[in-house]
Design a protein around this ligand. Structure first.
Ligand SMILES: O=C[C@H](O)[C@H](O)COP(=O)(O)O
Ligand SMILES: C=C(OP(=O)(O)O)C(=O)O
Ligand SMILES: [Mn+2]
Length: 456
């Protein structure tokens, strides 16, 4: 994904570095695999497959995130709540990558800051759930936990936990990454194609706003070219892969020793985060992720105390290394202005330099009157505004945006400039888990954030 040199091959990590300590600790949100032999053979196979990302790329990302933690770059992280195997098609992957590139252009141009582009992509296949079961018309079955665990179809066969799905998740991640690498390294991301990424979205009200920005960028590019600038450097972009590190068996099997440094890297993605439901300080998830060299994120909900945050820093970033730890706050629009200030000031006073990112999605989930899981676009926007207000009043840096989004014209979140209403859910609600911003809502969000960043 990056242009850095690929590091020498990595080998499966043995049990040093405490990589198996988590097995003795409390763990939640794990599958109950139905067949132990299939489980063992899946893990064996995963542990011999090639790494999906390289340690050198992970180090580059850590450096970029360190810049963001210091106010010199901004992180844009977006993608599906839950990727699916069937959804890993060229059209859908390219629509998502194009939308992230468009959002990044809006942000870079508006804020005059480098934007780190990261997908919730190529591995976002496992979901923590509030309930173990789902009941439909009197029938109760295991809840859907992501394509890496079970199927979405509501039948006993599909909802059983099948460990061979971990191997399919690996291969689907590999083919998704392959396409992303081709797009972002093969000329598709060339800034001179800034109009081209907008094609196919003409019916969209955010389209013309984007087009006029693209015209400005075009003029600037032509001016710089006329001055002799080398635009070949702009034909490639760095794009990083991330997902929630939920299934520790899977993450452990893909953890390898970097031959340069002898240190363990989780090669399933560049960046991994720990969810709100699995971040207890003594949990298996915190222990395992504390032992790999990847940059790590932790989701922080409204119940997070400043002491919780400080304990997470001690455990996950004992050396206070900028770029190592990202706090992704998901407070809800109603809570952010009240809860975030103390958290940020106590962390800042401790001397730690974490990267602060807003996830304006997960604290704002509601059920629509007609029964769909949704989010009001106004609430989502309001949480983003609150995040910028809090950081502005404390003099700290609002370093990134984490969103559930897609490049397709779905109807899952209510509102926006071309308002989605609940009737549209009947035709265009496609998510198998949480509601995502559609293409237009994503661009609108990017314009809002670009405005807030440029006002700083
Ligand atoms: O994506 C996050 C969680 O997996 C999701 O919000 C859980 O949803 P649930 O409350 O419907 O289980
Ligand atoms: C599970 C997720 O979020 P959280 O842990 O913040 O609820 C998610 O990002 O899909
Ligand atoms: Mn989600």
């Amino acid at each position: 994904m990056t242009e850095t040199t690929v590091t020498p091959a990595t080998t499966p990590s043995s049990t040093d570095h405490g990589l198996d300590n988590w097995r003795e600790l409390a763990i939640s949100q794990q599958p109950s695999w139905q067949d132990a032999a299939v489980h063992q053979s899946a893990l064996k196979e995963l542990s011999t497959l090639p790494p999906l990302v390289f340690a050198g790329e992970v180090d580059v990302l850590r450096g970029r995130l360190a810049d963001a933690a210091q106010g010199k770059a901004f992180l844009l992280q977006g993608g599906d709540c839950a990727e699916t195997f069937d959804g890993a098609t060229a059209d859908r992957i390219s629509a998502r990558v194009k939308t992230i590139l468009q959002m990044a252009v809006v942000l870079t141009y508006g804020a005059s800051l480098p934007v780190i582009k990261m997908g919730r992509m190529a591995g976002q296949f496992a979901k923590p759930r509030s309930s173990n079961d789902e009941t439909r018309e009197g029938v109760t079955l295991p809840a859907y936990r992501g394509d890496m665990v079970n199927g979405y179809e509501f039948t006993p066969e599909s909802r059983g936990h099948d460990a061979s799905r971990m191997v399919r998740a690996y291969h689907t991640s590999a083919s998704t990454l392959n396409l992303i690498r081709a797009f972002t390294q093969g000329g598709f991301a060339d800034l001179r194609l800034v109009h081209h990424w907008n094609k196919g979205f003409t019916a969209n009200p955010a389209h013309s706003r984007y087009e006029s920005l693209a015209r400005e960028i075009d003029r600037a590019v032509h001016f710089m070219e006329a001055c002799g600038a080398d635009f070949d450097a702009l034909t490639r972009v760095e794009f990083f892969a991330s997902h929630e590190a939920l299934l520790l068996d899977y993450e452990r099997a893909l953890t390898r020793t970097d031959s340069r440094t002898g240190l363990p890297y989780d090669t399933s993605a560049h960046f991994l985060w720990i969810g709100e439901r699995t971040r207890d300080i003594d949990s298996a998830h915190i222990d395992f992720l504390s032992r790999v060299r990847n940059p790590i994120g932790v989701k922080l909900g409204p119940g997070t105390s400043p002491d919780d945050a400080l304990a997470l820093i001690d455990k996950l970033d004992p050396n206070r290394e900028p770029g190592r730890l990202t706090f992704i706050t998901r407070m809800g629009a109603k809570n952010i202005r009240e809860k975030l200030p103390e958290l940020v000031s106590r962390v800042t006073d401790s001397g730690a330099q974490v990267l602060w990112v807003t996830d304006p999605m997960h604290g704002n989930t509601v059920t629509s009157p007609n029964g769909y899981k949704t989010r009001n676009f106004d609430d989502v926007m309001d949480e983003v505004r609150g995040f910028f207000e809090v950081h502005s009043s404390l003099g700290t840096f609002p370093g990134g945006l984490h969103v559930e989004m897609t490049g397709d014209d779905v109807a899952e979140c209510l509102g926006g400039a071309d308002p989605v209403d609940q009737e549209a859910f009947l035709e265009r609600y496609e998510s198998v888990c949480d509601p995502r911003l559609n293409h237009m809502q994503s661009l609108e969000m990017a314009f809002l954030v670009a405005g807030a960043l440029s006002r700083r």
